[in-house]
Design a protein around this ligand. Sequence first.
Ligand code: SIN
Length: 349
Amino acid sequence: MKYLRHTLLILMLVASVTLEAKPKVRILATGGTIAGIAGSSTSSIYTAGQVGVQTLLAAVPQIQELAEVSGEQFANMASQDMTDAIWLRLAKRINHLLEEEDYDAVVVTHGTDTMEETAYFLNLTVKSDKPVILVGSMRPSNSLSADGPINLYNAVAAAISPDSRGMGVLCCMNDKLLDAKTVIKTHTIDSDTFEGGPSGIIGYVHNSRAYYLQEPLNKHTEDSEFDISDLDELPKVGIVYGYANASPLPMQAFVDAGFDGIVLAGVGDGNFHKDVFEVAVKAQQKGIQIVRSSRCPTGPTCLDGEVDDARYHFVASLDLNPQKARILLMLALTRTRDWQQIQQYFKEY
Ligand code: SIN
């Protein structure tokens, strides 16, 4: 009898330790196609950001075996409507959950259209080495073969992996793990739309486990010097697209509207049309920072290459595409107006 009682006690202890040992993961739902509803299971006509976080969780009961997963409806929108103000709230919320509420990881469900931008913003503003993983889907939640449930399952599997600590903010899509700096959406409708650019994916998820192939090279999260904890808004930065016969009007409009910085999605190696260049030189002289980036999907925008950046005090975006260059420029402008310091940030982040 005494032996039985001891055995029972040990079993109960083991059971409770096993239960306690489950990592705590918070899902912050923001909308997107993963929460979208189509007219029918075979239709591609749908509205993003329709179903709530509890419905997303109910579609993947298996994630509760991986971790103690709880959901929070942070927003429910199509990600083309993302704003700087929402990013600030999101970064603060994640910092709070990881620092004050003792969560082990955060997974953000998000539309795929601007997922790479949100990931990069969080990569520079979350102050923790705990995993933060963005996930979405290309097919709405009620589609035949919806990709949301497996993507969400994989994101939680990656979020609880000790190997994911210190990797910065990641995206998890179609079994791939992609790092915030290099991830790009490459295709408008393909469910395998996310790529890591020339450096490739950072890892993958298979059979509920994350496997890493490389580490991010640039500064992020804990090492980032950008602090948004007291900010309610960000400096205003716009993007101007380059093309043959380009009009200088969009850049002039940003100048007239009092923007703090302008990113050029230039042609080739970040080149301007001559009429746009003239406006850019005058804007820089007025203290509006110009960053040259490229509309080419891959390859760096080189410093002092085809454009004499040192002469005009322009900044070259290097490996950042225009939409991520906008984010780094906004954060850089919260700290300095010095173009050389801003160029240094583009080398480091
Ligand atoms: C969105 O970005 O909200 C819509 C598109 C998607 O999630 O795939």
